[in-house]
Ligand binder design. Structure first.
Ligand code: WTA
Length: 650
């Protein structure tokens, strides 16, 4: 990058505004700026109030925060148990018969699990783990499909104080090996297989391959789900249902220190080995309960909440398991893909369970756009009252489509920015209070302090820059497992005294935040730093475009040139020149892509993020690096074929 521009040039403009309806605000938990004022007046007192109102403690803390940069301790000396907070206390309060999980299997089989039933299952499975020799502090690996046993396993670990490390079921045996060995886990919990797109995908064979190379694993617990043939190794492998039948029913929750490790969750950076992000107990639970309640405006007496993430990601940890259950929510958990048996499966589920709050990823929304508005139109979605997004910047046109075709024009949308490392949501509208703008995550939540800074770390009061977090927050990562040096280097060394999230952001004239993606996704075209997100949003604002990925490729004249990969909406056609002109009209000639390639699909990671590194390799004609984290490797072959055909610059 050249040095003549201090920040990222912010080029796009969005003037549509959506204030909350009076009706929504009337019953919302937050409908004014009171929380913001309270947090601004005294951050520690603010979080202490959340911790005491939302969480039950076995022993009160002696100090709210101990901050020795970059090491934070929250609710020092406090004792609590996360599973007790998510289960026992609701049952004791008379909510035992309330549904915790409406589980929907992909083939259409269902299970309804009340809080009392979930507690019973968790207590019994806690005893299973104890019988296998798991004690407080031992790590347990979980490699499961989206079945209720995934939540049971996590909560049982929390109950006995054994940190879990969940590995997404779509990952290969090699990923599993690396993560098990790094954590030195003692027990692996897996399944025979799970359902995906109408077929059983086997998990146990991958687990077997892994366990052959993970000396720390002593026992493997196998949940029966797929019904596929599996090999069971005598003495090492055990069926979940056999162990459950032999285990005692009652298991009191362990008293955990507020700073005891609750879980590890591995994130893969673009390079290097995955990082085991460490989350602890009291602060994390406070953060996810607070954000789940206020960002989603959760009313447990009437809401049916559905987060479509997998439990293998942080979104599944914080907003399927811990946040919603701590708040006593009723939620839907779905096993499969959105297009089985038809492209309307999600909308069928919303209608069936009368879902009121729906939380998904922009990549899914753009896929729904591609499939067309007829799919949601087949169903009665009038139960919905709030929509959310997470994982990537949402393009304004995708936001509008979501608002109109899923939300029926009446549901506020919360665009929630956060990371595996932050533990919980950091930037988001408060739906009964904040006026939203399509594509903007709006403001930091009460209790969260951020600054957008330039290269020198100076706060900018408008325009683009780097997003930093300037004060500790309860859900923050406490470190990288086994690698304290990397923790400091990765997050705390770029800007003095602040956490640098790796994302670019822009502040508009009204102080709204616009996330610009990872800063490595910033292009430099003739000395202008242009965010890939903005060009993508400009492309997606064309009525024929469903999805776009933009990268900067080396260019002898302009430094970098903009290459765009575009997926069209079903039944639409448009030419390259029209799209280039459209981008020029939307954000300026400087942002006109040099080349545009049409493609039926974009290369994505399994969590749905576009793999720009690969697209840059394609654009620069390089051999492709590591493609193992791709969800569908054939997409790249197709792109390479198209890229080797005539370039489309006019
Ligand atoms: C991106 C997911 C823009 C961002 C919870 C972040 C977002 C990374 C948003 C973390 C959003 C997440 N708007 N970008 N609303 N939410 N991101 O660890 O680049 O899987 O740094 O956590 O996703 O991804 P992770």
């Amino acid at each position: 990058m050249t040095e003549n521009h201090e920040t990222i040039d912010a080029l796009s403009h969005e003037n549509r505004r959506f204030p909350p309806s009076a009706d929504f605000s009337l019953s919302a938990h937050v409908s004014d700026g009171g929380l913001h004022d309270e947090a601004a007046a005294d951050l520690e007192a603010f979080w202490a109030r959340q911790a005491s109102e939302l969480i039950s403690w076995q022993q009160p803390w002696s100090k709210v925060l101990e901050w020795d940069l970059p090491y934070a301790k929250w609710f020092v000396d406090g004792k609590l148990n996360v599973a007790e907070n998510c289960l026992d206390r609701h049952v004791k309060a008379g909510f035992g018969d309330k549904v915790a999980i409406y589980w929907e299997g992909e083939p259409g089989d269902t299970r309804t699990i009340t809080y009392a039933e979930l507690l019973a299952e968790v207590e019994q499975f806690s005893n299973v783990l104890k019988n296998l020799g798991v004690t407080k502090g031992d790590r347990v690996n979980i490699y499961l499909p989206m079945v209720p046993e995934a939540a049971v396993a996590m909560l049982a670990c929390a109950r006995i104080g054994a940190p879990h490390s969940v590995v997404f079921g779509g990952f290969s045996s090699q990923s599993l090996i690396d993560r098990i060995n790094d954590a030195e886990a003692k027990v692996l919990i897996t399944a025979d297989g799970g359902y995906r797109r109408g077929e059983v995908f086997p998990l146990k064979p991958a687990a077997d391959e892994a366990v052959a190379q993970t000396p720390s694993i002593e026992h493997v617990v196998v949940v029966e789900r797929g019904g596929n043939e599996v090999d069971m190794v005598e003495g090492r492998d055990h069926w979940y249902h056999d162990l459950m039948a032999a285990a005692d029913a009652s298991c009191p929750p362990e008293a955990m220190d507020s700073e005891d490790l609750l879980f590890l969750l591995y994130t893969s950076g673009t390079t290097g080995k995955p990082k085991g992000i460490m989350h602890t107990t009291g602060g994390y639970l406070t953060h996810v309960a607070y954000t789940h309640r206020n960002v989603f405006d959760l009313h447990r007496d009437r809401d049916v909440y559905w987060c479509t993430a997998d439990v293998g990601w942080i979104t599944g940890h914080s907003y399927i398991v811990y946040g919603p259950l701590a708040n006593g929510a009723t939620q839907v958990m779905y096993e499969g893909v959105p297009n089985h048996p038809g492209n309307d499966r999600f909308w069928e589920i919303v209608e069936k369970y009368k879902v009121t709050i729906f939380y998904t990823a922009p990549t899914a929304i753009r896929t729904f756009m591609k499939w067309g508005a007829d799919e949601p139109a087949k169903h009665d979605l009038s139960s919905l009252r709030l929509l959310g997004t997470v994982g990537e910047p949402i393009n304004p046109e995708a936001w509008m489509w979501y608002h109109e075709h899923i939300g029926g024009g009446r549901c506020p949308i919360v665009d929630t920015w956060w990371q595996t490392e932050t533990g919980g949501i950091m930037i988001s509208p408060l739906p009964g209070y904040t006026t939203t703008k399509p594509g903007s995550a709006t403001f930091a939540l009460p209790g969260v302090d951020i600054a957008v800074v330039d290269d020198g770390g100076n706060e900018v009061d408008g325009g683009g820059g780097y997003l930093t977090l300037t004060r500790p927050w309860p859900g923050m990562l406490r470190g990288i497992w086994g690698d304290p040096q990397r923790f400091v280097e990765t997050y705390w060394s770029r800007f003095d005294g602040s956490y640098f999230a790796g994302d670019g952001a822009r502040l508009d004239d009204d102080g709204y935040l616009w996330l610009l993606g990872r800063v490595d996704d910033v292009m430099n075209v003739s000395g202008h730093r242009i965010s890939t997100t903005e060009v993508e949003s400009a492309l997606v604002s064309h009525p024929s475009v469903a999805e776009a990925a933009v990268v900067g490729a080396n260019d002898p004249t302009t430094g970098q040139a903009i290459f765009a990969y575009v997926t069209l909406r079903g039944g639409h056609d448009v030419d390259v020149a029209t799209l280039r002109d459209h981008v020029a009209a939307e954000i300026g000639a400087i942002a006109k892509p040099k080349a545009i390639f049409f493609t039926p699909d974009l290369p994505k990671t399994r969590s749905g993020k576009i793999m720009r590194r690969l697209l840059r390799d394609v654009a620069e004609g390089r051999n492709l690096g590591d493609t193992t984290t791709l969800a569908d490797a054939s997409v790249v072959d197709e792109l390479q074929r198209r890229a080797s055909e005539a370039p489309s610059e006019d």
